[in-house]
Design a protein around this ligand. Structure first.
Ligand code: NAD
Length: 489
């Protein structure tokens, strides 16, 4: 395996620069840790401060850059990313582990996101009102916030940064982007795309490094007006306190514990495909992954047998291998976390039907592989039914009625996405009305979202705001109301 000697840098004020610490961290391939993709800076507060200063300076000009010019840069970025889709997709697969189909697919999703937001500066961004006096012109317009901190996780290292950065920049803000430490290469490539598209210096600044140092410094920096965060609940809640305490605007997109309900009239083969894809695609490392399947008792036995058979048939291996259905977990830490939840499930009395262990035959021993895992007889109160596992583990929960199934589905602290498999329109509507989730599916898997519509969770899964589509404007802008009166003649 090739060991890249490439040493990467931060991007601040229009230049690639070393971090002040001089320290670097290797970026490894989770499917084969013998491959190092490069070395990335471990930055400090000093680097964050430089990046924020650069972003603050650039804001003065970028906010006044006409919308059509901002739009043209985002359009160009979309075209460049599209042309580089295979290269960026491969980098994503090598550093995060998902399959090459998912990797390239995510990049193409990124292209769609850029195209949508390239249109935003050309669309209306305010409202005109009549006033009580005849010569008053009265309108409310959306204006940018200033410097926005963009803190992202590793599981969608192209799509999530883009669905934050694209609206951030389109609406006239400047950004300090801190990607997850596990996926710095894709962040580097995204930044390159924006540079090549002609983004002026200082508008986008990339600072690599640990969340507890770099992320924390962004959250605390007095010149960072807003922070958009996607990641775990523990970090998100902490960051919310730190940033909102000093008056910053904060957006959180957090975890999920997403249910797929299988009604007694469902086509079970179809339901099994939705459960399999929802639970095991991306190795279960999606915030919208299916982690609970709540099945009506008359069909639970058949459904579970079919699901186990399907899980056993899945090809697990490196994402670069075209035949692979499921790649590795992203890191050893994530693998240990998943194995520990599997142990908890067994201790709690759930029945382990398949998987539950590492895979280390042949070359798989060089990666972080865990077999697709199915538990049956999961009780709604068990930890494996309540907490986000973020791995290829799904629990089957039995319900006596649709009402009970919905009650179980709602009986967790999360509310990101949820799905039902049914042919019965009444059941579908009962579900839609009663389910506490920000994204609801009927006869499609829990994971999956169009790039032009609002996305986000209810309850513990978000901070009430929504990302993507025009909903992104809510977070990335603020309202200025203008009363313009004619001077006395
Ligand atoms: P994480 O919370 O560990 O890290 C997220 C980001 O926060 C990283 O960039 C990290 O370096 C940074 N960070 C860590 N400590 C920080 C601190 N003290 N201050 C500021 N920043 C800090 O999450 P992760 O493991 O990278 O991602 C997995 C999580 O993300 C899961 O819980 C998943 O459900 C969630 N997620 C949610 C969505 C959504 O849209 N709702 C989408 C994808 C992932």
């Amino acid at each position: 395996m090739a060991v890249a000697e490439r040493r990467f840098r931060n991007y601040i004020a229009g230049e690639w620069v070393d971090a002040s610490s001089g320290e670097m961290r290797p970026d490894e391939n989770p499917a084969d840790v013998r491959e190092i993709l490069g070395f990335f800076p471990r930055s400090t507060e000093v680097d964050v401060d430089r990046a924020v200063e650069a972003a603050a300076e650039a804001f003065a000009t970028w906010r006044r850059t006409p919308g059509p010019q901002r739009a043209a840069i985002l359009h160009k970025a979309a075209n460049i990313l599209e042309a580089r889709a295979r290269e960026v997709g491969e980098a994503l697969t090598r550093e995060e582990g998902k399959t090459i189909g998912e990797g390239v697919g995510e990049v193409l999703r990124g292209v769609q996101i850029l195209r949508f937001f390239a249109g935003e500066p050309l669309r209306p961004f305010g409202e005109v009102f009549s006033a009580t006096t005849a010569d008053t012109f009265l309108w409310a317009e959306r204006v940018p916030l200033g410097v926005v901190g963009v803190i992202t996780p590793w599981n969608f290292p192209v799509a999530i940064p883009l669905w934050k950065l694209a609206p951030c920049l389109a609406y006239g803000n400047t950004a300090v982007f801190k990607p997850a430490e596990l996926t710095p290469l894709t962040a580097h490539l995204i930044t390159e795309v924006f540079i090549e598209a002609g983004l002026p210096p200082g508008v986008l600044n990339l600072v690599h490094g640990p969340g507890s140092v770099v992320g924390e410094a962004i959250a605390r920096h007095p010149k960072v007006t807003a922070v958009t965060f996607t990641g775990s609940n523990a970090v998100g809640r902490h960051l919310y306190q730190v940033a909102s305490e000093r008056g910053a605007k904060v957006q959180l997109e957090l975890g999920g514990k997403n249910p797929l309900l299988v009604a007694d009239d469902a086509d079970l083969n179809f339901a099994v495909e939705l459960a399999t894809s929802g639970a095991f695609r991306s190795t279960g490392q999606k915030c919208t992954a299916t982690s609970r399947v709540i099945v009506l008792e008359s069909v639970v036995r058949d459904f579970t047998e079919k699901l186990v058979e399907r899980a056993r048939s899945l090809k697990v291996g490196p994402g670069m291998d075209a035949a692979t259905y499921m790649g590795p977990l992203v890191s050893e830490e994530q693998r240990q976390r998943v194995l520990s939840y599997i142990e908890t499930g067994e201790q709690e009395g759930a029945r382990l039907l398949t998987g539950g262990h590492e895979l280390a035959e042949g070359d798989l021993r060089y990666g972080y592989f865990v077999a697709p895992t199915v538990f049956a007889d999961v009780a709604p109160g068990m930890r494996i039914a309540q907490e986000e596992i973020f791995g290829p583990v799904v629990g089957v929960i039995r319900a006596r009625s649709l009402e009970e199934a919905i009650e179980i589905a709602n009986g967790v602290g999360y509310g990101l996405s949820a799905s039902i498999v049914t042919r019965d329109i009444r059941k579908a509507f009962d579900f839609i009305r009663s389910i506490e989730a920000g994204v609801v599916h009927v006869n499609s898997e829990t994971a999956g979202a169009e790039p032009h519509v609002p996305f986000g969770g209810m309850k513990g899964s978000s901070s009430f705001s929504r990302e993507q589509g025009r909903a992104a404007m809510e977070f990335f802008t603020q309202v200025k109301t203008v009363y313009l009166d004619m001077p006395p003649a």
